[in-house]
Design a protein around this ligand. Structure first.
Ligand code: GLN
Length: 279
């Protein structure tokens, strides 16, 4: 079987399963199986696949046709230009969250002490540390799988991070940060079943934000002042249509907030800072 035949068959199977971007996904899977750049695969349509390669390719195509996210199959997701290892059990980093990552990088002053709360794969904290090597970055998650994956990604990408297991701020009792960045679970529980099929392969623990999607914002906003220096930043990703509600949760402990749009123009990253010490 040639690369062209394999791509054609895969594309038909993926299209039949209503996979968006069937052609692109087929190409990315084949490039990964052949361990060659995508363009190489296109440029050499007569390239033969051996039996093992063909078997592996069509196994991956079947998984994708079952709407498993491409990133879980490839074991990798790109975020802020870095390749993060991903696997089932931990949320896949989204390009939407790059808005929050950029904001954290902008707000981090030299030598600052930063915390990535609910770190998942470590995408936010690691991107911050790589862009601001003099920051001291901590990260935590309630999921043992997430903590293990953040440690693994930090080591592979060469980012020195202090990664701890626990519920929100619990592992950092007594510490004060200059900056806290967080992409909490924020999908209203009733909407979990309405998300695209790929998202149902991801852990509900990383998505379920309670009845109105705001459960974690309430807890984070209530606890954050005790873990922020005066004037310290609290940077939160918010879901579609949640910015106003989250702003409404900020009490007198926080300075007025600003909301930044993602690449699609949707309000996505909210910034505020602990009142006191703000010039
Ligand atoms: N952006 C994700 C989604 O809509 C949700 C991530 C989260 O809950 N933090 O699939």
């Amino acid at each position: 079987m040639t690369a062209r035949q394999a791509l054609q068959e895969a594309r038909e199977r993926l299209e039949a399963a209503c996979v968006p971007d069937a052609r692109l996904d087929a190409r990315l899977l084949l490039a990964a199986v052949l361990d060659r750049p995508q363009l190489d695969v296109l440029a050499t349509p007569q390239l033969p696949l051996n039996q093992a390669q063909a078997a592996r390719f069509f196994e991956w195509v079947s998984r994708r046709a079952a709407r498993e996210p491409l990133q879980y199959i490839l074991g990798q997701a790109h975020f802020m230009g870095h390749a993060f290892t991903v696997r089932p059990g931990v949320l896949i980093p989204r390009s939407d969250s790059e808005t929050l990552a950029r904001l954290a990088i902008e707000r981090a002053v030299p030598g600052c002490q930063a915390l990535d709360l609910c770190c998942g794969s470590g995408a936010l904290g690691i991107s911050l540390k790589l862009a601001r090597p003099d920051a001291r970055v901590s990260a935590c998650d309630i999921s043992q799988q997430a903590v293990a994956l953040t440690r693994e990604n930090a080591q592979r990408l060469g980012a020195g991070l202090d990664v701890r297991l626990g519920d929100l701020f619990a592992p950092f009792s007594g510490l004060l940060f200059d900056l806290i960045v967080c992409n909490p679970p924020y999908v209203p529980v009733g909407e979990l079943d309405t998300l695209q099929p790929e998202v149902r392969h991801e852990p509900p623990l990383a998505l379920d934000g309670g009845a109105d999607g705001l459960a974690f914002y309430q807890r984070i906003i209530a606890q954050a002042p005790a873990f922020l220096k005066p004037g310290g930043w609290l940077l939160l990703e918010v879901g579609d249509g949640q910015a106003k509600a989250v702003e409404g949760l900020l009490g007198p402990d926080f300075a007025p907030s600003r909301v930044h749009p993602d690449l699609a123009g949707l309000p996505r990253a909210l910034e505020t800072r602990r009142a006191g010490g703000v010039n």
